[in-house]
Design a protein around this ligand. Structure first.
Ligand code: PGA
Length: 259
C-alpha cells in the first residue's frame, strides 16, 4: 500500500510577516523540482499570516497551508480563539492538534484534543495529531503505554471513515528542538507500534493508509535515513523548516521508492 509522503513545516511562533512571505516564496520557487504525485507539502504557519500565505500557495499544487491550533467550536464567546469555520473561510486545509508544546505549556488534555480532532474533521480540515513520550517516560520503558493512551484517547472515538482523514505525527518530546533526533530504528519502532494500534482498532485497510510523520530535530543530514523506514511517511519539521534551503534539502531526501 502506497501512502503519500508528507513534508510539513511547523513554523511555531517564529518569523516576522516579511520573513514569512520571503520563506514561502523561496519554497515556491524550488519545490516543484523535488516533488511528485505522492509527495505533499504542508506549511503550518502562525494564524496572523495564514490568509496571506494561503493566497501565495493557492493553485500551486501539492503545497497546502495549515495552522498550529484551533478551538473546537464553530463560533461563540471565546475571546481570542480561532474557529474551524474561520479557517475554512481563508483557505486553510490542515491543523496541528496535540503538539507537545500545547499539551505541556497550555495544559491541553486528551479529551479536549479529541474534541478538536473531531471538529477539524467535521470542517474538512486535516488534523495532524501529535503524540510522543518524554525522556523520563522513555527511560522508564513507558513509551508504548504513553503512545497508546494518547492515540486511544485522542482518536479512537472516530469512525473508520473519519480516521482515514487523519495524519499522525510521532514527536518524542526529548527530540523536539533539542538537536537530538530519534534514531531511524527508534522512530520505526514507535511508528510500527502506532500502526499496530490502528490495525487492531480499525483493521489493516485503514491502518495501511494513514500517514505517520516523524518530528523532532529532523534536519537535512538525518532526514534521508529516517524517511527511508517503512512506517515513516514524512516529517513534521520545526527548526529546519525556517530556512528554505534546509526545508528543500529535506524534501530532496525523500527516498525515490516513495517518490
Ligand atoms: P524541531 O520541532 O524540528 O525543531 O525539533 C519539531 C516540532 O516541534 O514539530
Amino acid at each position: 500500500m502506497k501512502r503519500n509522503t508528507i513534508i510539513a513545516g511547523n513554523w511555531k511562533m517564529h518569523l516576522s510577516y516579511p520573513e514569512s512571505v520571503q520563506l514561502t516564496e523561496q519554497i515556491l520557487s524550488e519545490y516543484k523540482n523535488y516533488i511528485n504525485n505522492h509527495t505533499k507539502i504542508i506549511l503550518f504557519v502562525p494564524f496572523v499570516y495564514a490568509q496571506s500565505i494561503a493566497r501565495l500557495c493557492l493553485h500551486r499544487g501539492e503545497i497546502y497551508v495549515g495552522v498550529q491550533n484551533m478551538y473546537p467550536e464553530k463560533s461563540g464567546a471565546y475571546t481570542g480563539e480561532i474557529s474551524p469555520t474561520m479557517l475554512n473561510s481563508i483557505g486553510i486545509k490542515a491543523v496541528i492538534i496535540g503538539h507537545s508544546e500545547r499539551r505541556t505549556l497550555f495544559h491541553e488534555k486528551d479529551e479536549f484534543l479529541a474534541k478538536k480532532v473531531k471538529s477539524a474533521l467535521e470542517h474538512h480540515l486535516i488534523p495532524v495529531f501529535c503524540v510522543g513520550e518524554t525522556f523520563e517516560e522513555r527511560e522508564n520503558n513507558q513509551t508504548q503505554e504513553v503512545i497508546r493512551t494518547q492515540v486511544t484517547k485522542g482518536l479512537f472515538d472516530l469512525s473508520s471513515e473519519e480516521i482515514k482523514n487523519v495524519i499522525i505525527a510521532y514527536e518524542p518530546v526529548w527530540a523536539i528542538g533539542t538537536g537530538k533526533n530519534a534514531t531511524p530504528e527508534q522512530a520505526q519502532e514507535v511508528h510500527s507500534y502506532i500502526r499496530s494500534l490502528l490495525q487492531t482498532q480499525y483493521g489493516s485497510s485503514v491502518s495501511d493508509t494513514i500517514p505517520i510523520l516523524y518530528g523532532g530535530s529532523m534536519k537535512p543530514d538525518n532526514a534521508a535515513q529516517i524517511l527511508q523506514k517503512p512506517d515513516v511517511d514524512g516529517g513534521l519539521i520545526g527548526g529546519a523548516s525556517l530556512k528554505a534551503q534546509d526545508f528543500i534539502a529535506i524534501l530532496q531526501s525523500v527516498p525515490q521508492s516513495n517518490a
